[in-house]
Design a protein around this ligand. Structure first.
Ligand code: ATP
Ligand code: MG
Length: 243
């Protein structure tokens, strides 16, 4: 059984194909890396998986259930999660308040029901912070919180939804060396019950974290395999490394 199976997915924007006939299968518990140059279609692929964008053709199958025709929040309900940025409507307000706001948004997404903005959300917000060892930042103004710490909180929020499949789109982008190390550790500590599909631009990081790698180029899967197989394949060098 696959955790995630994509069958012949296609998506064009104004007649220009962004995803052309992509099929792939991710096993339960796997750590799959998706790499490829700018504009290869990586983020679009995630948007088709979550349903944030409608596909032109093909199917998305989550644990053997065809979810292609389900709205995004129904896919979330079936255990599909991606990271969303912390809502930062109130940059002068505390981290805890901003997380509570984001949780309110996520709970609507998940249960599609109104939930009052009450003390429970603050308890939950502090639990999210505690999980990544950042409880001491609860009362900090969001503007004073480091970028890397916000990234950790975003991942913790996605994990708080208890997903079965977690999609991470460049979780390390824009981080300092030290921040990357901490976020990498956090990702490495995600329990095996959660299947992780991660887009990563940096080849070295991708190689570091991957079990299997899929290389996308011009909206197509051009190489797929174990880390060693992908590195050894001349097509990887040609299209991704450019030499
Ligand atoms: N909503 C959209 N409307 C129109 N074109 C889009 C849209 N989203 C993506 N595209 C186009 O589809 C192609 C793939 O973009 P996508 O963002 O999926 O690439 P990517 O592999 O994630 O790139 P990057 O590494 O820069 O994040 C690009 O040519 C992009 O301009
Ligand atoms: Mg992208």
């Amino acid at each position: 059984m696959a955790a995630l199976r994509l069958q012949n997915l296609r998506k064009s924007f104004g007649g220009l194909p962004a995803i052309s006939d992509v099929s792939l299968e991710v096993a339960p518990g796997e750590r799959r890396l998706i790499i490829g140059p700018n504009g290869a279609g990586k983020t679009t692929l995630f948007n088709l998986v979550t349903g944030d964008l409608p596909r032109d053709a093909g199917n998305v199958i989550l644990f053997e259930e065809d979810v292609t025709r389900l709205a995004p929040h129904h896919r979330v309900h079936r255990g599909l999660a991606r990271t969303y940025q912390i809502i930062t409507l109130f940059p002068k307000d505390t981290l805890e308040h901003n997380i509570a706001l984001s949780l309110l948004g996520l709970s609507k997404l998940r249960w599609n029901a109104f939930r009052s903005f009450d003390a429970d959300l603050y308890v939950e917000a502090r639990a999210v912070l505690a999980r990544v060892g950042l409880e001491h930042l609860a009362k900090r103004g969001i503007a004073e919180v480091a970028y890397g710490d916000k990234r950790r909180v975003e991942i913790a929020m996605a994990l708080a939804q208890k997903p079965r499949v977690l999609l991470l789109d460049e979780p390390l982008a824009g981080l300092s060396r030290e921040e990357r190390a901490t976020v990498k550790q956090l990702i490495a500590a995600i329990p095996r019950e959660v299947t992780v599909v991660m887009i990563e631009h940096d080849m070295d990081t991708a190689l570091d974290m991957a079990e299997r790698i899929t290389v996308l180029h011009y909206g197509r899967v051009i190489v797929e395999g174990t880390r060693a197989e992908v590195v050894a394949d001349p097509k990887t060098r040609e299209v991704y490394l450019g030499h």
